[in-house]
Write a protein that binds this ligand. Sequence first.
Ligand code: UTP
Length: 225
Amino acid sequence: MQTIVLSLGGSLVNPGTPDLQYVSSLVRLLRSTKYRFGIVVGGGKLARIWADAMRKKGASEFEADEVAIKATKKNAQIVADIIKKDVNRKVCDSFDSAREQAKKHRFVVMGGTIPGITTDSDAVLLAECLGAKRVLNLSNIDGIYSDNPVRNHNAKKFRRMSYAQLIDLAGKNDMRKAGTHFVFDFLACKLVARSKIEAHFVHGKNLLDVRKAIEGRQHGGTVVK
Ligand code: UTP
């Protein structure tokens, strides 16, 4: 059974209060496929609020990241609890532990790991660690655009991109601040490129596209390979 890794946006799992209905329907979809899954859950709004509160108290970026990581783990635990069967009961704190849990379970769930990166990078590292050839980035955006599609209505969606194009675009958007938004973390882009991991960017709520991406079929989002 092949392994697929999901970078699951915290804003999908917990837009303010946990969206249990969404997570349950995603989990039903995952179970209905023939794959094993590594799932890395983001911090979303919770991470941003917690990190900002820390900064206001004079904390360093390192400390803001540490707190944001706690938010990712909280969201990850929600996902693990909903999966319930054939999954690690407590979210993994390290890739070593994820590797061990993956030997025992079909689903492995984790949040963030170390300050300075985001769960996008954690997801690609997990893919490398588990030997997964495909990573899915599930977020509130239905693909990668040439510019922010909310601010710029002329922004164009890429259907397919090379690793070099992805790295170029991410480099222009990377601000390295806890709880801020990137297209895909710059480091994550470099990591998919070095291991030639296929990266699919789809709207997490478009479950038809999510299924197609899992199966490596064409979908409405962006494929990087
Ligand atoms: P996310 O990966 O959730 O960032 O991590 P995000 O881009 O805001 O993603 P969404 O909104 O969930 O889609 C949240 C923050 O947690 C810290 C970083 O500060 C990051 O911005 N973090 C996360 C780390 O420092 N290390 C990690 O391994 C993961």
